[in-house]
Design a binder for this molecule. Structure first.
Ligand SMILES: [Zn+2]
Length: 72
């Protein structure tokens, strides 16, 4: 059935449907799920740490150089 006389439209529709249906979105979501709340980053040395809820990045200090960290 796929593409007997089918030119573009059928094929494209099928591909797009599959791509989305398979959950690329889910996959990406899972990948990013870890860091939606963000990371804190040291502007001085570039050290990064996961952001902790209730603790503003600028309230934390870089463990390496002691600079106040910023939101990444
Ligand atoms: Zn630092």
């Amino acid at each position: 059935m796929p593409g007997g006389d089918g030119t573009g439209p059928d094929g494209q529709g099928a591909v797009a449907g599959r791509g989305r249906g398979r959950g690329q979105g889910r996959g990406l979501g899972g990948g990013f799920a870890r860091g939606p709340d963000g990371e804190c980053r040291c502007p001085n040395c570039g050290h990064r740490e996961p952001h902790q809820l209730g603790v503003p990045c600028y309230d934390r200090k870089c463990p390496k150089c002691g600079s106040p960290m910023t939101r990444a």
